[in-house]
Ligand binder design. Structure first.
Ligand code: THU
Length: 132
């Protein structure tokens, strides 16, 4: 857990968030023990910005891994930062129902929830079967 926290905090320091000034860092642990991190990258065309979780997931996929064993997200928020709705769906693509997602503040407060608690009733590939 500490390795994930350090990776997420370090990525957060590189966040590009000149518009919201809200820096977010995320880190993912895979079953192989590898850790991938990401930060939010905003854009002057606001909807083009990307979340920290999306960056960490992209790094994991680019390295050839496909499974999330644990994730950690940190921001300078008053309460542990909850992944946005879109990021919950992105995490659920690679994280099983029981995977722990830890949300944290830079002040040291942490809250851990299971993937299926963060996104109950997730849309999955099973919902597309049978195709017709
Ligand atoms: N943000 C993240 O990177 N992850 C989250 O889980 C919540 C929100 C970013 C997006 C945007 O750059 C800034 O935080 C404010 O919404």
């Amino acid at each position: 857990m500490n390795e994930l926290k350090v990776a997420a905090m370090s990525a957060r320091e590189n966040a590009y968030a000149p518009y919201s000034k809200f820096l977010v860092g995320a880190a993912i642990l895979t079953p192989s023990g590898a850790v991938f991190s990401g930060c939010n990258v905003e854009n002057v065309a606001y909807p083009q910005g990307t979340c920290a979780e999306a960056g960490a997931i992209a790094a994991m996929i680019a390295a050839g891994e496909r499974e999330i064993a644990a994730a950690y997200v940190i921001a300078g928020s008053p309460t542990p930062v909850p992944p946005c709705g879109g990021c919950r769906q992105k995490l659920a693509e690679f994280a099983g129902a029981d995977v722990p997602i830890t949300m944290a503040t830079t002040g040291g407060t942490e809250q851990t929830m299971r993937m299926d608690e963060l996104l109950p009733g997730a849309f999955t590939a099973d919902h597309m079967e049978p195709r017709s």
